[in-house]
Design a protein. Structure first.
Length: 292
């Protein structure tokens, strides 16, 4: 596991290092009208107009009921509706399904993903995530890590209470990652198209395990993005996320899916877990639509 510094990771330097290769920045969105416009405008101004680092900027609208799609388009993004992907590849649900859909919709040699609810986004994040990829051919995936101020919402509870303990027990080689579930990361397209995508909240933990299995732990790196502030979720909301992360990890390391595929709450409520998977995109294009 390598932690990369931010020296010589300016937007201009990384744009020069990428050469003829291309970069797709992808932002999956659902009802993020308050933040998506600012992110898109920053990318357009600082990484597409001033410096040609990002070649295409895609906002994947996952059935928003607000003006997310309109605001993103007005700010300069290419907006793709999830239903357009579903018409070709079949219907899916969840964050991982939206991530997979952005992979379908984009074309870049490198793909950068960013959560849409971030209020502290900086253009330099993209350059820092891309720098190891454009400079090292043996790096396949670069994860972000950052400080999450507790007085401004905090974060990382699913990481510290679920992902990290389970990684320590079952995949200790991945424990040097500060933020294994970070929503900001960059990767090589050919690697991403060769692995399945879990449709629900288990997408990021599955991606780590699958890239490590395919390319080796040394192909995964991390870089410090400074301070990250985003929308705060309640413990009630996070319980489903935590259950899907745990079930996905245990299914990967155990060789079989968990026996239970639902979260049972104390009040008797049963919440189904989304553990479905999109197949590797390279096989989906060859074999046609399917989930598993």
């Amino acid at each position: 596991m390598r932690t990369f510094g931010v020296e010589a990771a300016s937007i201009e330097a990384v744009a020069a290092a990428k050469g003829a290769r291309t970069v797709s920045m992808c932002i999956p969105c659902r009802n993020e009208v308050a933040t998506i416009g600012s992110i898109v405008r920053t990318v357009r101004a600082e990484m597409m107009t001033s410096v040609a680092l990002v070649d295409e900027l895609i906002v994947l609208d996952d059935r928003s009921t607000d003006d997310t799609a309109l605001v993103a388009a007005d700010a300069g993004a290419t907006v793709v509706a999830i239903d357009d992907i579903h018409r070709v590849h079949g219907v899916g649900h969840g964050k991982g399904n939206a991530l997979w859909a952005t992979l379908v919709a984009s074309t870049g040699t490198f793909v950068v993903w960013c959560d849409a609810d971030v209020t502290s986004f900086r253009a330099g994040w993209v350059a820092r995530l891309l720098a190891p990829l454009v400079r090292h051919d043996d790096v396949a995936l670069v994860k972000a890590f950052y400080e999450r101020p507790s007085h401004r919402g905090g974060g990382g509870r699913t990481t510290e209470l679920v992902a990290r303990p389970l990684l320590s027990l079952y995949a200790p080689e991945l424990t040097p990652l500060h933020q294994p579930l970070a929503g900001e990361y960059a990767a090589r397209r050919d690697v991403m198209e060769a692995i399945p995508f879990v449709e629900g909240w288990g997408a990021e933990i599955a991606m780590l395990l699958d890239v490590a299995a395919r390319c080796g732990v040394g192909a995964i790196g991390q870089v410090d993005l400074g301070v990250r502030v985003h929308r705060h979720r309640s413990l009630h909301e996070l319980s489903v996320q935590a259950a899907e992360v745990a079930a996905t990890l245990l299914g990967r390391v155990g060789g079989s899916p968990p026996f239970a595929r639902a979260l049972a709450r104390a009040d008797g409520t049963i919440v189904p877990l989304n553990l479905a998977e999109r197949p590797p995109l390279e096989s989906a294009r060859r074999d046609g639509p399917t989930t598993r």
